[in-house]
Design a binder for this molecule. Structure first.
Ligand SMILES: [Zn+2]
Length: 259
């Protein structure tokens, strides 16, 4: 069956001298994996090799069980020139698509996830964009959408109060913040500074439609925490995170403070 969908290019892999395997996030069909025959020839139907982050109109046939779908035509509709010229923007955008590629299952339609990515990439490409804040909001909303955002109001382990007046801990395995008592016994946890908690309060406010500002320093802290959480849940490091986000040191019992 043939489909026509709005799509964003998430990943490309060389398949042969002239072909690529391309992962797209489509609005109506979720993530699809397609073979782009002749994509690397200069005059292919898709207009040459496909670039990551490209967004446009995709025509494809879906895969039959286990095989790849086939890319028939792709025409780019959105220029990513501002995004591609600036290392900080590009790093954040490439991290965003890697997160989507790792987090979403194939052929599971999530139009909302498409809209989140579309909006984030559009905003990151604007000259005045607060890139770290846009990325933090994107991570927050995507994690919420796939049900991984976790418990951020009460202790994720016992349901008790979390003292927000001082630094606390977040455990990805427990699924959220931990109270003083529970954090003492947790083997997997990372410290969360008070400013990061404040950043998360701002994101929750923005999510419910209230005006909220997220200064760059807070956004960076939130991005670190959410990237740590996402990577823990996926079960592997996200390659692009080092271009967009400073990594977070995990604290556990075996950690002797050395590097
Ligand atoms: Zn607790």
């Amino acid at each position: 069956m043939r489909h026509r969908e709005e799509a964003i290019c998430l990943r490309t892999t060389d398949y042969s001298e002239t072909s690529q395997i391309v992962h797209f996030l489509t609005r109506g069909c979720g993530v699809v994996r397609l073979i782009a025959k002749g994509a690397k020839r200069p005059r292919s139907t898709s207009g040459g090799a496909l670039d990551l982050l490209s967004e446009g109109d995709l025509v494809f046939t879906e895969s039959r069980s286990g095989s790849l779908g086939v890319l028939i035509e792709f025409s780019e509709s959105t220029s990513r020139s501002t995004l591609r010229k600036d290392a900080a923007r590009l790093g954040a955008a490439l991290y965003a698509i890697e997160l989507v590629a790792e987090m979403l299952a194939e052929a599971d339609p999530l139009p909302k996830a498409f809209d989140l990515l579309h909006n984030a990439l559009l905003r990151m490409g604007q000259a005045d964009a607060p890139v770290q804040a846009v990325l933090a909001y994107f991570q927050w909303r995507l994690l919420r959408h796939v049900g991984l955002l976790g418990e951020l109001r009460r202790c994720a382990s016992c349901g008790g109060e979390v003292n927000r007046e001082r630094d606390t801990y977040f455990s990805s395995a427990s699924g959220g913040l931990l109270c003083d008592r529970c954090q003492a016994g947790a083997t997997e946890k990372v410290p969360v500074e008070r400013s990061v908690l404040a950043g998360m309060v701002a994101l929750a406010a923005a999510e419910s439609g209230r005006r909220a500002s997220l200064p760059d320093a807070l956004a960076k802290g939130v991005n670190r925490l959410l990237a740590y959480h996402a990577s823990y849940q996926i079960g592997k490091p996200l390659k692009m995170s080092r271009h967009a986000i400073q990594p977070m040191r995990r604290k556990n019992r075996r950690n002797n403070g050395g590097s």
